[in-house]
Design a protein around this ligand. Structure first.
Ligand SMILES: C[S@@+](CC[C@H](N)C(=O)[O-])C[C@H]1O[C@@H](n2cnc3c(N)ncnc32)[C@H](O)[C@@H]1O
Length: 309
């Protein structure tokens, strides 16, 4: 496989190894589907629109999670007799993708091939596939090392993953390698904490209570930097957009779910449980006072970046 020659370190390496991330996301997958997945679906659907994936012949989505957004989207794609590859690092997520696609009668007979690919050992040659057959694939692999040949896709999508992978630079290099010339990438990430009062307030209260939350694990420190990283990786026509997800759920439940996510869990683990509990209670009081639920919907800021190879 051809690897890009871009050697400079564009992005700081994250705190977790790929193996650790897989373990986290395997453990968290059931809770993710039950409590968190709906939050990201509107942005996933935006990415399909903004990259014009609906009209593409071959689309890859990495860190696809449990595949709910893609299951909605694939129906459009199949009308064009196109191919769709969904990848995720977590075995549990890939099983959920497989299950989701198989449960949809519209899709069940279209799944040509699903496989838990062995990273580094298997190379899937999409060139050999019959273009007249509609294909859907689900692969277990990391964003940084995808076992597919170069220049296979018209569109590459990744919803809420660049800020959590171990090596964001390698992720972008892989995306560039996999896209055909002029192919389109669409990715999303959280904006800084200040753009999401919900995310901003909890660390402040935790710190006031004598606790701490490490920014090493922060989901929120990449906003504004991705366009220049895309450029350095070789992408052009780079555009970005801001979106807000509005969410109408119980504030305490949303916070408790957020605290179970891998990075929050790791970043607060050194705090005594009493401090965390006290901070959760105070957070709910302060948040409801500052953003009264009858007046204001919870909102989360998202950055979307679209570019071409
Ligand atoms: C926040 S979820 C987003 C899932 C999905 N894109 C969505 O919007 O619902 C992050 C996903 O990234 C996956 N993931 C984490 N690190 C990864 C990596 N290095 N390579 C591929 N997937 C990864 C996790 O297993 C999880 O499914």
């Amino acid at each position: 496989m051809k690897k890009s020659s871009c050697k400079s370190s564009l992005l700081k390496q994250r705190a977790f190894s790929t193996a650790k991330l897989r373990e986290f996301w395997n453990d968290f997958s059931d809770d993710y589907v039950q409590e968190a997945e709906t939050l990201g679906i509107p942005i996933g659907l935006d990415l399909y629109e903004l990259t014009r994936a609906r009209k593409a012949r071959r689309v890859i989505e990495t860190a696809a999670g449990a595949g709910t957004a893609s299951a909605m989207f694939i129906a459009h794609l199949l009308k064009l007799r196109s191919s769709f590859v969904a990848c995720d690092l977590s075995d549990e997520m890939v099983s959920k993708i497989q299950q989701k696609y198989s449960d949809l009668s519209m899709l069940s007979d279209k799944i040509k091939y699903t496989k838990l690919a062995q990273e580094g050992k298997e190379e899937i040659d999409l060139c050999n596939f019959d273009d007249d057959v509609k294909n859907i694939y689900a692969l277990r692999c990391s964003n940084e090392d995808i076992p597919i040949k170069d220049e296979q896709f018209d569109v590459y999508i990744s919803n809420f993953s660049i800020h959590i992978v171990s090596d964001p630079e390698a992720m972008l290099r892989e995306a560039h390698r996999l896209l055909k010339p002029e192919g389109t990438i669409g990715i999303s990430l959280w904006k800084r904490r200040v753009e999401s009062p919900f995310f901003k307030l909890f660390p402040e209260i935790l710190r006031e209570n004598g606790g701490d939350i490490s920014d090493d694990y922060s989901y929120f420190n990449m906003e504004g930097r991705v366009p220049s990283y895309l450029e350095k990786t070789g992408f052009k026509s780079i555009k970005k957009a801001t979106k807000y997800i509005h969410y109408n759920e119980n504030v305490e439940n949303v916070l408790r779910t957020a605290l179970k996510t891998p990075f929050y869990r790791e970043s607060i683990r050194a705090n005594p449980q009493e401090i965390v509990e006290q901070s959760i209670q105070e957070f709910c009081e302060v948040y409801s006072r500052e953003y009264p639920p009858e007046e204001e919907m919870m909102h989360f800021g998202v950055e979307i970046c679209i570019a071409n190879k």
